[in-house]
Design a protein around this ligand. Structure first.
Ligand code: ZN
Length: 372
């Protein structure tokens, strides 16, 4: 394994952060897999899973069993790791700009397409190689002005030519679930099974360019752009893996999640050896546009009546919001039949706060589909 250190743009004299990536296997000798943890720096289950992955990958590499290239970034956000305010970790938004660390990844689709077009042919594999090289060059050539932009460029530079991209996040309190773009849904299904995921939320271009979509959307957008002229496959499966809730940072879970990821990579042929049989699905895929936020219309003390992972029906009371001054109790009801897959972990809510999410079967929302 090789350790690479990538300096980020210095935000102030005497201060410079670095991103560390771990490189297993050999480039070009099989599929490339990119795994990063804790892009939202206060979402830590992935960081522990990365530690277990590292131990297992060290052993696999020592036995010569890694056939492709695996890049592991165990702490994807050194900026967010250093953001603390009054004992509270602030890892989701950069305090300088207010921007979400998992939004606004640069779009080099047109630049790479123009650079690659003269070399494209009727050979799909050739086209994938050409487009990957053009994309990587475009990403690396992009100027950056801020430390955050340089972090985004570094992460994209490491990942944009991968066959599989896993971005390890978590929700507040949740069951294991995935986000994936609809054009890669069929590619994602085996991963969901190996991970034991309860839910895959599908969208095509959910808005504001989160990291996973920046990696996967290039392929279906190039396929649209080039139409019948050149064959362009969906050459990247990029998935946001929500490893349950923020407090689910425990060795048994992380060790199992690491093992499941590696089993999927055995199935993909990145790791040699016996391929464990694909588990039965324990969940399904649903439209992100059918994931319904449960809003508190008033402020107060929040108490849930239902657990994350429960199947609920339209009209079921999921939580109460209680005003201790007036003694008024407000019921929060599910707007649809679906899976209550995530809840907030705060227990005092402000008016209008979104406190839970229920995944229904039908797409009913439109516009930007991701929360802040
Ligand atoms: Zn996250």
């Amino acid at each position: 394994m090789q350790i690479q250190k990538h300096l980020l743009l210095s935000p102030a004299p005497g201060t410079q952060r670095e991103l560390v990536s771990l490189h297993y296997g050999q480039p070009g000798r099989g599929p490339k897999v990119y795994i990063q943890a804790s892009l939202h720096a206060d979402e830590l289950p992935g960081m522990l899973t990365a530690w277990h992955l590292r131990r297992q990958l060290d052993a696999l590499e020592a036995e010569g069993l890694i056939h492709g290239e695996i890049v592991l970034v165990p702490m994807a956000n050194p900026i967010g790791l250093s953001q603390w305010f009054l004992q509270m970790h602030q890892g989701r938004f950069e305090l300088l700009s207010g921007e979400n660390f998992n939004r606004h990844y640069p779009d080099q689709i047109e630049a790479a397409a123009r650079a690659a077009e003269p070399q494209l042919s009727q050979d799909a594999e050739h086209n994938v190689r050409v487009l990957r090289a053009a994309l990587k060059a475009a990403v690396q050539a992009q100027p950056v002005d801020t430390e955050l932009q340089s972090l985004r460029r570094t992460l994209m530079g490491l990942s944009c030519d991968a066959d599989v991209v896993l971005d390890l996040h978590c929700d507040a309190q949740a069951v294991l679930h995935l986000y994936c773009e609809t054009p890669a849904a069929a590619l994602c299904e085996p991963l969901a099974r190996y991970l034991g995921s309860r839910l895959t939320l599908l969208a095509t271009d959910s808005g504001d360019n989160p990291f996973d979509e920046a990696c996967s959307q290039v392929w279906w957008k190039w396929a649209q752009r080039f139409g019948d002229r050149f064959p362009i496959p969906q050459a990247c499966l990029a998935v946001t893996v929500e490893l349950r809730g923020q407090a689910d940072v425990e060795h048994p879970l992380a060790e199992q999640d690491a093992r499941n990821i590696l089993n999927y990579l055995r199935w993909r042929g990145v790791i040699a050896g016996d391929v464990p049989p694909m588990p039965e699905a324990v969940g399904d895929a649903r439209p992100l546009a059918g994931s319904m936020p449960i809003k508190a219309p008033v402020a107060g003390v929040l108490t849930f009546l239902r657990q994350a992972g429960e199947t609920v029906h339209e009209g079921d009371v999921l939580a109460h919001v209680i005003d201790p001054i007036t003694a008024e109790l407000t019921e929060l009801r599910s707007p649809v039949d679906g899976l209550l897959f995530a809840r907030d972990n705060l227990r005092f809510v402000t008016a209008g706060a979104r406190v839970a999410k229920v995944a229904g079967l039908n797409a009913v929302r439109s516009g930007k589909l991701l929360g802040a």
